[in-house]
Design a protein around this ligand. Structure first.
Ligand SMILES: Cc1ncc(COP(=O)(O)O)c(C=O)c1O
Length: 448
């Protein structure tokens, strides 16, 4: 069954009107914000929410948040993974408030750093760790170190990847030709100078790109999550590891989203052996914090190559990186929130989400697909799971996407913006998931 575009436009207009009518206070705040904030938002992409203005939040607990117009929402966006722990998890909040009273940042270590390092060793199998404030920074630093120790100029990423605002990664393939990703603002140089790009799951293309011998590292999500969920085909990770090793290329696995696969991310769940691993977003319950880890060999190469008297100007670091507050929050989050038990609850709920969506897709005979990784699930407007980023990107339907988001929002559910993704928090319940299935059914039915 194909979507009737006229009907879609009419349904979208109805939802936009309903949104405006039921969110007068957010509208008012947005109008006022335009006087002091560029575009009326604290961060530029917030203008891309599905309504004509963003919802202004008052507070959030667990899987729910409330807005200034008095509505309460089931949050399946969870700060695009930043709040995968659920909002305001008790243990993290307690650790943050206790540490804040004892000082926030010193440029000196606290004992929490050791606890976190040891726990990361246990979870991911990599022996050495460093801290940053964002996953973007962790990726930037890992890339720099990879270039430094290999003395190679380029990196390799997969088409339609997202690893944060890292200059080298804003590159896509158009008809097989690499170029700057559209919309990238003020790129310092043409990204083809710094980066090779191939499709995920394309082993021959990967082999050819690495054969040049100029790639310092491959930076990859183990499962792509930012252009829908794109799973690796059987054997892909083995080939990736084998080819990177054979060509002296480092492998950096970005677990920032795939930490949804389990307490040790996809790396632990599937026995990957990266040279470096990066992770940010939920690791401190949403407080700015990120980590990057090293294999023993990579760590030894890094340590052998950095002079102590130059270690503060190496292009990696940050004054607030490794601060006491972030570390206290990380420790509490790892110890009490992102636990084995939490995943034992959230992963079955994501399965329930996917099953519910799949059932509705089947009921209406839609050419849509739902995919899942751990406690994350996502539906996509194509009949089968995409094999790579290019295929997934080709199925983007801006209007349909906007309608589905807005219809959900108007019925009390926030989905992750820019794609149709749902993430499950430790506080989410089976009733919440069934509520989503009902809303999804109603949203689809309106289009029929
Ligand atoms: C896989 C991945 N890595 C890194 C990042 C960057 O995270 P941040 O924006 O918190 O720096 C993102 C953000 O969406 C991401 O999806």
């Amino acid at each position: 069954m194909l979507i009737d575009r006229t009907r879609l436009q009419a349904a979208l207009a109805t939802e936009l009107a309903r949104f405006a009518e039921t969110h007068p206070r957010s509208h008012e705040l947005f109008e006022r914000a335009k006087e002091s904030l560029l575009g009326g938002v604290p961060m530029h992409w917030m203008v891309r929410w599905a309504g004509a203005f963003p919802v202004f939040v008052t507070e959030a607990h667990g899987a729910y948040f409330s807005c200034v117009d008095g509505h309460r929402y089931l949050d399946l966006c969870l700060g695009d993974t930043g709040a995968m722990t659920g909002h305001a998890p008790e243990a993290t909040v307690a650790a943050i408030s206790e540490q804040a009273r004892r000082g926030v940042t010193f440029m000196l270590p606290t004992e929490d750093a050791l606890w976190v390092g040891e726990e990361l060793q246990r979870r991911f199998g990599l022996p050495y760790w460093q801290f940053a404030l964002t996953a973007t920074d962790a990726n930037r630093f890992a890339i720099r170190l990879a270039r430094h120790i290999t003395q190679r100029p380029k990196i390799l990423v997969f088409n339609w990847c997202y690893h944060g605002t890292v200059d080298e990664t804003f590159i896509t393939l158009r008809d097989g030709v690499a170029g700057a990703r559209t919309g990238n603002l003020g790129p310092p140089i043409n990204p083809t100078i710094t980066t090779r790009v191939v499709e995920f799951n394309d082993i021959p293309a990967l082999e050819a790109a690495l054969a040049h011998g100029d790639v310092a590292c491959v930076l990859a999500e183990p499962v792509m999550t930012n252009i829908g969920i794109v799973q690796p085909e059987p054997g892909f990770h083995d080939a990736l590891r084998d080819l990177t090793r054979r060509t002296g290329t480092l492998l950096i696995i970005d677990e920032t989203h795939t930490i949804c696969a389990g307490p040790g991310g996809y790396t632990r769940a599937y026995g990957l052996q990266p040279d470096m691993l990066t992770l940010g977003k939920p690791i401190a319950g949403g407080l700015p914090a990120a980590v990057y880890g090293f294999s023993a060999e990579t760590a030894a190469r890094v340590q052998a190559s950095i002079r102590t008297d130059e270690s503060d100007t190496g292009g990696i670091g940050g004054t607030l990186a490794g601060n006491a507050l972030s570390l206290a929050a990380m420790r509490a989050t790892l110890e009490h929130v992102l636990t084995e038990q939490a995943y034992a609850h959230t992963i079955p709920l994501a399965e329930r989400f996917a099953a519910g969506v799949h059932q509705v897709i089947a009921e209406f005979g839609l050419p849509w697909h739902v995919n899942r990784l751990g406690c994350r699930a996502e539906y996509w407007f194509r009949p089968t799971a995409p094999q790579n980023g290019g295929e997934a990107a080709a199925a983007i339907d801006g209007d349909l996407d906007r309608y589905m988001h807005l219809a959900a929002l108007n019925r009390g559910i926030l989905m992750t913006p820019f794609h149709n993704m749902a993430l499950i928090a430790p506080d989410t319940t089976a009733a919440d998931i069934d509520f989503h299935t009902d809303v999804f059914r109603e949203s689809v039915a309106q289009l029929m």
